[in-house]
Every structure is written in C-alpha cells, then in structure tokens.
Design a protein around this ligand. Structure first.
Ligand code: AMP
Length: 282
C-alpha cells in the first residue's frame, strides 16, 4: 500500500492505471475508520481495479471548532485496516496541500443547503463541496463511493457532479450499523458508556416512526410524539426529525406511499452530535 502525501506523487500512478485500462475507485474519508468505511472500500475493490482512500479531516466543513479539534484520529490503526483490506493507495494530504490559498469561491446548492443539516450546520456543505471537488480534480477517479449514512451529503454531491459535469460515477453504499442498530460513526468513539446507550434513541425513533407510517398513522402526530420523547430525556437534544424526499430534501407534512421518502434525524447526545436516516420508500 502506497501513502501519497502530495497529489503530484499520484499523477504517474494515475497515468499508469489509465494505460492499463484499470478503473480507479476513490473512497473519501476523514479517518477514524470503522466497518462502515470498510464497506465502501470493499465496494470499490469489487467494482474497480485499484482503490485509493483519502484521509483528510477537512477544516472548512466544520462549523464547530471543538468538533474539529476533538475529531478522533486513529491513523496507525486506519492504515493497518486499509492494508489488510487490500487497498492500493492512501491519500493523506496536509491542510496546505489541499488549501495552498484560502478558497474564495462559494457554492450555492439552493434549497438543499437551507434545510436539515444545511440549516443546523451553516457553511458545512460549502466546505464539503469544495473539498470533494478538489479530491475529484486531484485524484480523477472513475467511481467515487459515499455512504447513505450522510444522505444529504449524497444529494449535495450528486448535484455537484451533475452541475459541474464531473466525469465520474457515484456509488452509494448502505449504512452499516452496530448489532443494536446504532449507525456506525467516527464520532461514536467520543460517546461515554452511558451516552453510547442513550444514542440508541436515534435508531429506535427511526424504526418506530417507520412502523407507524406503514400502519397508516398520521406523520405529524408521529413526529410530535418523537419530539416529546426526546424532550423527556435531558441528555438528548433533538435538532430535527423530518420526513423528506431523499433527492430534493423537500420536507413532507403527510406520508404518500407513491413518493420516494426517507426519515432523517439529528440530535446531540451529551456533547456529541449524531445523525442517522432510514429509507421509507426507495
Ligand atoms: P466520514 O469519514 O465520516 O467523512 O465518512 C466517509 C464516508 O463513509 C462517507 O461517504 C460516509 O457517508 C461513509 N460512512 C460513514 N459512516 C458510515 C456507515 N455507518 N455506513 C456506511 N458508510 C458510512
């Protein structure tokens, strides 16, 4: 496995793989890797001749300094796991490599960045758009792999690829969960034992709400019930619990089984902000 710290080092490898007609798969990550990340890696390994995983904690997508500073770093272990998974390259750029000068350009993703994550994390999707565009330009993959866990990020990146005509395919990989249902996330490492148990409230609310929708219950009543459940727990602070269209992120007030839909949730458990989502109609 080769470690690439400067994008110029990648260029001869890229050319070589292109000449050998090998498809290049890119898996962008911020490290602190778990089995969900490794699902993206194995999808890339089965679809592409060569896989490059990037590990870069992108400062411009954090709207909360403490979240950035405390973002878990398990680099030695990450590299071991990637080597064991058979990954050919890891791109480990410095902040200076990605941002030699501060980026002036701003993206406007329209309504997508004003709801849910966009509303609660101002500037987040601009940072995502900038870093993902840079990774696409520097690595030039044929296929890029992203997790359904970050559903709104997937919608943003689809828009980016479409609007800017990036010549690549996107693959979306289902969410990997712990055995009790909690969605795997690097931030789970920051939960203490008690909060780790409390964090199950996200998954439990998603499954309850899904069952209620299929039982014909009124969506707004279900949403209200879940909001009250969060209010009764002082360590859990709900930011949103919404039924949305998974491409446009239009929020629904009623459930229509003929329309695509997902439920998305974001909540603080103690100091740690977690998100999750569940497809209802795909
Ligand atoms: P991150 O390192 O959190 O930026 O995540 C890197 C990629 O892994 C993103 O495309 C995420 O959506 C994806 N990912 C994160 N958690 C999971 C999970 N539990 N299951 C599948 N993919 C995930």
């Amino acid at each position: 496995m080769k470690l690439i710290r400067q994008s110029a080092e990648w260029n001869p490898f890229w050319l070589n793989h292109l000449r050998n007609n090998q498809q290049i798969g890119l898996v962008p990550t911020m490290g602190a890797l778990h089995d969900g990340h490794l699902d993206l890696v194995s999808k890339s390994r089965s679809s592409c001749g060569v896989t490059i995983v990037s590990i870069f904690v992108n400062p411009t997508q954090f709207n909360n300094l403490e979240d950035f500073q405390k973002y878990p770093n398990t680099l030695d272990q990450d590299l071991k796991r990637l080597e064991q998974a058979g990954v050919e390259y890891v791109f480990l750029p410095s902040v200076e490599e990605i941002y030699p000068t501060p980026t002036q350009l701003k993206f406007d993703f329209g309504e997508l960045e004003h709801v849910l994550e966009g509303k609660f994390r101002p500037g987040h999707f601009n940072g995502v758009g900038v870093v993902v565009s840079k990774l696409f330009h520097l690595i030039r993959p044929h296929i890029a792999f992203f997790g359904q866990k970050d559903l709104q990020q997937v919608a943003i990146i689809k828009r980016l690829v479409n609007d800017l005509s990036f010549d690549l395919k996107l693959e979306v990989v289902p969410t990997r969960r712990e055995s009790d249902g909690l969605a795997m996330s690097s931030r789970n490492l920051r939960l203490n034992k008690e909060d780790r148990e409390k964090a199950l409230i996200l998954f439990n609310c998603l499954t309850t709400a899904k069952a209620e929708l299929f039982a014909g219950k009124n969506w707004l009543e279900t949403q209200r019930k879940i909001e009250l459940e969060f209010q009764s727990d002082p360590t859990a602070k709900l930011e949103y619990f919404d039924l949305i269209h998974p491409d446009t992120f239009e929020t629904y007030t009623t459930f229509d089984p003929s329309q695509k839909s997902s439920i998305c949730v974001a909540a603080f458990i103690g100091d740690i902000r977690l998100i999750d989502n569940m497809p209802i109609i795909s």
